[in-house]
Structure formats: C-alpha cells, structure tokens
Design a protein around this ligand. Structure first.
Ligand code: MSP
Length: 507
C-alpha cells in the first residue's frame, strides 16, 4: 500500500524560510529512504494555508489584491521545493475548489451528527497561532509562542464537541505509544487528556472575510485550522488515493503545532468516521542568534535559496541533519555548517571516491575482477573494515526508520572515517612505487564495494552526490535497493569525476 508523508501546509503570508525548508527536507529524506527499502510508493504532500485573518492582514499591507497575494506566495513555495531537491507529489492549496467542496461536506457531516453546534465562546485569542488560549497557558499575559499580547474575544461561534472523543483518544494513545516520535510526547498528550473534560473547540469565526463560509450561515467562516487540517485529505484525493491511505500517513510537524495534530486532528477524524494517521514526527525549531526563525522577526529570516547557493543543495540538507537532533532546537551558524560539509562531504566522501576511482582507472583500466580475492583470502584488515561497515549500515537503516536523521548522518560520517582509515593504511597509491599489485586491487575492490553501500545509504541525505558516486560505479539509483551486506563484486569504474567543492568560510 502507498505510504503518505506530509509537511504542514505553510501560511501564505510571507516568503519561505529555513524552518519551512527543514519540514520539506524531513519529508524528502524519508521518501527517498522509503524508495530504497520498499516496493510501495511514497507520496509526498505539501501545500499552502491561504485563509484566515492573518493572511488577510498581510495581503492588505501589500500592493496587490488578496488572490494575487496568495497566488504569489503559493508560487514561491512551489518553486522552492525543486531548488531544495524535495520531490513533491501533491501540492495542495486551501483556496482550491476541490478543497472547498470537501470542507463543506465534512461540515455537513459533523453538523448532522451533532458534533458541531451553534453556541457562544469567550476566550483569549492569539492571531499569530490562530488559536484561543486559557489564562493559565499564557506567559505574562502573552502568547507563549509569539510573546505577543492576546486579544479578549467573545462571539457567537460553532463549537465542536471535542470531549466526546476524549476517551477514544486516551485509548488510542495507550494502545499506540509510538504514535508520536519522539514518544515522550505521547505521555504529554495523555497527561493533557487525563486532566479532565476538554472544552468544546470553537470552529467558526464571525467577520473573517477570507476563508470558507459555514454552509447556510454566511456570517460565519470555518476556523482556519479545521480548513487546514482537512487539506491533507484533499491532497490524498487529488493524488487519486482511497482515504484508507490515511492509516499509512505520517505527518511531519513542528513542536508548535503538536496540539492541533495530536488532539484536534484525530478527534475530527474520529468524528468524520475516517482512519487515524499512522504517525506524527515532531521536530524542534531552528534559531539564529538564539532567536526562533519566524516571519514576525525579520532579523531571523534566511532564504533557503540563498543558503543553497552558498552551501549547495546536498550541503545544506546534510549539514542541517548533521547539526542537531530532529526533535531538539538548533542554532544556525553558517561557518559550522560549512565545516561539517567540508570535512564530511568534500574530504571524507567525495575525495575518497575520487582517489579510489582514479587509481582503478589509471592502473587497472577501470576494471577489477572479484576473482582477485578468491585467489587470496581477504586480508584481516579488509575483513574487519567490511564487518564494521556492514554493522554501521544496518544501524543507519534503523536510524532512518526512526526518523533519527541526525544519528544517521553521524554514523555515516563514522563509516566513511573507517573507510578512509583503511584506505590510508593500505596506501594503494604506492603501486607507483612497486607495491604488490594484487593487494592494491584488493584494497580498491573492497573500498569500491563499500562505497556502493555507503553511497546508497547516503542517498536520502545527499541525493546528488550519492547518485554521482553510484553512476561512476555503474549503478543507477532508480534501481538501487538498500543493502547492508557487502558482497564483493567485480567492479567497472567508468569515470573519476565525483567532486565536492570545498566551501569558503565567511569572515
Ligand atoms: N499553516 C499551519 C500549519 C497547518 S498544517 C495542517 C502553520 N504554518 S506555518 O507556516 O506557520 O508553519 C509551518 C511549519 O513550519 C510548522 O511545522 C512549524 O513548526 C515550522 N516552522 C516554522 N518556523 C520554524 C523554525 N524556526 N524552525 C523549524 N520549523 C519551524 O503552522
């Protein structure tokens, strides 16, 4: 069955920033890993969230009309993903007709079931989050995320009977303690659910011109988060899948939108008689000079495209995962990213490939027959290196599977360290000074076969470099499968061009 991986849909009120790019990278690394390890396809969904007061206010400050404004922002996100080598399958926009129809149908269903009813709500609203807070959740009367004063609002609203699903949610979390990664969030959510009855959720706003109107009650606009969450379903429908694929769906989310995905979304799905998703992957925030990268703080805005121009596409995505654990927050320091790119990708990886392939081309016309080693059992150093790498690649597989791309990158680096150490100890270049020809062939054969495994394992993180290395080894990534066992096969190297330009540090 098809797997689905989603990013959140991004607010169409500004240009994409690095935090957004990171969500896309997480989804793309998983999709590429999946392509190596499964025969089933993996569909990557992303899009833009184009409704609500926040978008309207941003559009009103611009020179263009609202539609043009959101079209431009959606286009900026659409154009971003290929630049980051993020392979998007479906791009959904909440302004699409198909989405409008779906939301209206869902609304009717919830209303008919009695899960949604007209009432009245009074609360403290943060526009940045598009969410009500209780006084107890505030910090110095400000929103804990945006640190801005909240607005005291009281209005007629439609309400969703959230508490009707509390018990089912509790059971879900008790039965699937790995529903959220990292799984300590399951306990956080359980604690929240166990505190007592949940307040009904306000699911419509009055006087919000930009959004989907409540059917038959046009003064009300459907709450932007309801609209946004169900965009996952619109996207699944756009891709032509049956809604049963929801059960194979993994959502990538930042920690700031956990409650929407861990409480409201499953409750709404239960109410709509739809399957619950498979998993939520929660990531931390990127900061710059210690401040969260956010549209509301222009000093923190780094354009992902500028970073790609500076660090290369592979370089940026690799360095982000190398820098911090997915669930933690991390601070961006460009020179630190450059250091790890130079050390791991330029030196450890590309340079080893180039040196090895150059020797194979120069001294063996690009070919080494695996029979070389049957004539002579593998040397102990070769055996140990192979053994170490096989174990490491196996472990890297488990890291990817758990969305632990940070540890996957660290172990990949470590594996390449091992390969480099072996290469230097064996010094195959000394063939020019009369070193035993068979032992040089063995070294290059072992390294080439290990590089095949390593490049495949590196592909989700550094797709361009990995593809290039595999091509030189005569392999096509489209047909490559994950391998943890290193068979020593004959090799044919056709070129030695793999190169990763060292980057200059900033002053
Ligand atoms: N539109 C909602 C999501 C609706 S999903 C049904 C939204 N949009 S957003 O544009 O504000 O954020 C989208 C994602 O970007 C969130 O997962 C958020 O955590 C992530 N990031 C925004 N700033 C970030 C950082 N500084 N660092 C890492 N990711 C962060 O929320």
């Amino acid at each position: 069955m098809t797997n689905i991986i989603t990013t959140p849909i991004f607010y169409a009120n500004g240009a994409p920033h690095l935090g957004h790019a990171y969500s896309g990278y997480l989804a793309d690394v998983f999709k590429r890993f999946h392509s190596l390890t499964s025969d089933n396809p993996c569909c990557l969904i992303t899009g833009t969230d184009e409704h609500g007061q926040k978008i309207l206010e941003a559009a009103e400050c611009s020179q263009v009309g609202v539609q043009q404004f959101v079209d431009d922002k959606a286009q900026a996100f659409k154009a971003l993903w290929p630049e980051l080598a993020v392979q998007v399958d479906v791009f959904v926009r909440t302004s699409e007709e198909q989405h409008l129809k779906l939301i209206q149908a869902i609304w009717h269903k919830l209303l008919e079931k009695g899960d949604v009813y007209l009432g009245y709500y009074q609360g403290l609203y943060c526009l940045g989050c598009e969410q009500y807070y209780t006084a107890y959740e505030l910090e110095d009367n400000c929103c804990p995320i945006h640190k801005m004063p909240v607005e005291n609002k009281s209005e007629e609203t439609y309400l969703f009977r959230l508490d009707a699903y509390r018990q089912q949610l509790i059971e879900h979390y008790l039965n699937s303690s790995d529903f959220i990664t990292p799984n300590y969030y399951c306990q956080v959510i359980l604690d929240y659910l166990n505190q007592g009855p949940l307040e009904d959720l306000s699911v419509s706003r009055v006087n919000i011109p930009l959004g989907i109107k409540v059917p038959n009650h046009q003064e009300h606009t459907i709450y932007v988060w309801i609209d946004a969450l169900f965009s996952y379903i619109t996207a699944i429908q756009k891709a032509g899948f049956d809604l049963s694929v929801l059960a194979q769906t993994t959502h990538i989310i930042g920690k700031d939108i956990l409650k929407f995905h861990a409480i409201y979304w499953p409750a709404l799905l239960l109410a709509a008689d739809l399957p619950l998703p498979k998993k939520l992957i929660v990531h931390g925030w990127w900061t710059i000079n210690g401040q969260k990268i956010a549209k509301s703080n222009p000093k923190t805005l780094i354009s992902p495209k500028d970073l790609v121009d500076k660090l290369t596409c592979d370089g940026l995505r690799y360095a982000l995962f190398r820098q911090k654990h997915v669930a933690r927050d991390g601070n961006i320091v460009i020179n630190e990213l450059i250091e790890s790119i130079n050390a791991d990708l330029a030196n450890n990886f590309a340079n080893l490939v180039k040196r090895n392939h150059t020797i194979v081309l120069k001294y063996f016309a690009g070919n080494i027959d695996a029979k070389v080693i049957s004539r002579r059992a593998l040397a102990d150093e070769s055996k140990l290196t192979i053994q170490y790498c096989e174990q490491a690649i196996n472990e890297i597989f488990n890291y990817y599977k758990r969305f632990d791309f940070h540890n996957a990158s660290l172990l990949l680096k470590d594996t390449l360290d091992h390969c480099n150490r072996f290469f230097h100890q064996q010094a195959p270049w000394e063939i020019s000074k009369g070193k035993d020809n068979i032992s040089v062939q063995e070294t290059c054969l072992v390294i080439s076969n290990l590089l095949r495994l390593v490049a495949t394992a590196a592909y989700p993180l550094v797709p361009t470099l990995a593809r290039q290395v595999l091509q030189e080894l005569g392999e096509d990534i489209a047909t490559c499968q994950w391998q943890s066992v290193c068979d020593i096969k004959s090799i044919t190297i056709n070129k030695a061009l793999s190169h990763f330009k060292r980057l200059e540090k900033e002053h």
